[in-house]
Design a protein around this ligand. Structure first.
Ligand code: SF4
Length: 162
């Protein structure tokens, strides 16, 4: 089942999607994974709680002027495309449940908040990404390792580059 996390990784590294789908555990003590967790727990505790709907977990859900707003918290805007598409994926899933929500990307360390509305173009891109992710997961071998900006922080770097 496609999750927001898989969408996030797809836009960074399709190989990582394959590795995650095989439950190959990344390096547990990766400090960046832990930092992400802490920021998401501490910075927005006052807003609302994490909400899980089927296979998606949304960091923050609140209503404002009768509109549903969902928030995705990230430690930095470095991978903003991934963050945008992950949040767009949540908006798409909510739309399938009949909820027209708006999104907001939150970067607490940078004190940035970026509003996001789901567009037709995003929906088309997401549907293509979902098809591609399903193909990657079904494949018996992973896509080749390609050096990218995430490799240095990736829990699979020993696996790919040792
Ligand atoms: S180390 Fe680099 S190539 Fe390997 S899975 Fe991670 S991001 Fe992808």
């Amino acid at each position: 089942m496609i999750t927001g996390t898989l969408i996030w990784y797809y836009y960074i590294c399709p190989r990582e999607v394959w590795l995650m789908s095989r439950q190959l555990t990344p390096w547990e003590e990766n400090p960046f994974i832990e930092l992400g967790r802490l920021i998401s727990q501490e910075s927005y505790e006052r807003d609302t709680k994490e909400v899980q709907i089927e296979n998606i977990v949304i960091d923050i859900v609140k209503t404002q002027d009768e509109e549903v707003i969902i928030g995705e918290v990230k430690k930095s805007s470095r991978f903003i495309k991934s963050a945008t598409m992950q949040l767009a994926f949540y908006l798409l899933k909510l739309k399938e449940y009949g909820i027209n929500a708006k999104g907001i990307l939150l970067f607490p360390k940078e004190k940035r908040r970026i509003p996001l509305s789901l567009t037709k173009e995003m929906e088309e891109k997401l549907n293509l990404a979902i098809d591609r992710i399903n193909q990657i997961i079904k494949s018996e071998t992973p896509p080749p390792a390609t050096k990218n900006r995430f490799c240095a922080k990736c829990g699979y770097r020993e696996f790919c580059w040792a």
